[in-house]
Ligand binder design. Sequence first.
Ligand SMILES: Nc1ncnc2c1ncn2[C@@H]1O[C@H](COP(=O)(O)OP(=O)(O)OP(=O)(O)O)[C@@H](O)[C@H]1O
Ligand SMILES: [Mg+2]
Length: 303
Amino acid sequence: MSVIEINSLTKDYGHGRGVFNVSAFVNEGECYGFLGPNGAGKSTTIRHLMGFSKPQSGSTLIDGKDSWQYSAELQKEVGYLPGEIAFPSGMTGTQFLEMQKKMRNITDSSYLDKLLKRFELDPNIGLKQMSLGTRRKLAVVTAFMHDPKILILDEPTSGLDPIMQEIFIDYILEEKKRGKTIFLSSHIFHEVDALCDRIAIIRDGKIVSEFDPEVLKKESDKIYRVTFEDEKQWQEFTTHNYQFTSINKHKLRARIQLKNSEITSFINDISQFHIVDFTEFPFSLEDYFMQFYHEDKLFEGVK
Ligand SMILES: Nc1ncnc2c1ncn2[C@@H]1O[C@H](COP(=O)(O)OP(=O)(O)OP(=O)(O)O)[C@@H](O)[C@H]1O
Ligand SMILES: [Mg+2]
C-alpha cells in the first residue's frame, strides 16, 4: 500500500483551470516531487491531499485514509507546509508556537527547540512584524514540530534565502534517511533534483511525465547550443524539425535536444550552416523540464 495515493483526481475550475485525472503514488520512505510552472495545479492537488478541498471526481488517500473524510485527523498528523500562509494577527511567534503545541498535545519541547536553532529562528516578535523569510521559517518549524512521519510541502523553500534553502535541503535529506515519506511541489529544478526519488511534471492540470531523475540522467539525450553567423541562417535552421529547448533570435542561438541516434545526421545538417559557436551541454533536469514548459510556444531569450 502506498502511503500517499492520488487516484484520478479531477477538479475543474472552468476555462481549462484545475487538475484533470491526476494520479500519483508515493511509497513509504520515498520523496516525490511535483514540478510545474505557475498555475499548473500543484497547490490544488496538495489542498486535496490535505482534505481542504473536495474532489469533483477521484480521490486522495494518506495512510489509507480518504483525505476528505479524515481531514481533521490528517491535518493534525501530517507535516504540512502551505504555499501561502496566513498567520493570525496580534500574536508573537512564541505565542503562536505555544498554541500549536497545545493543539498537537506536544509536552516535550526538545524537538521544537532543535528546529528553532537549526533554522535560526527567534520567534519572540510579533507575527505582523516578521519579515517574509522569518514567517516562512516559522511555517517550516510549525509543520515539523511534532516530528510527523509524512511531510507535504508546497514550494517549501520559496521566500528563503540561498543559505536557508541549503539548510532546508539538508534537513529534508536527513528526514528522508529517518524514513519519512515526503511529497513536495516546486519549480526549482535543483531542489527536486537534490531531494526526490521520483518526479512528476504537471502542466495545465495534467501530469505530462513521471520519471526517476537518476535513470533519466543515465539514459539522457544530448543538448547542443548553436550560435549562427546571421539572422538568415538562424531563421532557416530554426524552421527544421528538431526538438528545440530554447531559441534566441537576439543572440542568434538555438538549443537542441537530441537522441544519440540523431547526432550524426544533426552534425551533417549543421555543417551546411555558418556557425560561430557550437557547445555540448551536460543533460540537466532543467532542459528536460523546459521541453514541457515551452512545448507549444518557444520563448525567445530563455538562454
Ligand atoms: N478556488 C479556485 N477557484 C478557481 N480557480 C482556481 C482555484 N484554485 C486554483 N484555481 C486555478 O487553478 C489553476 C491551478 O492553480 P494552483 O494554485 O494549483 O497552481 P500552482 O501549480 O500551485 O501554481 P503556483 O506555482 O503559481 O503556486 C490556476 O489556473 C488557478 O487560477
Ligand atoms: Mg501553488
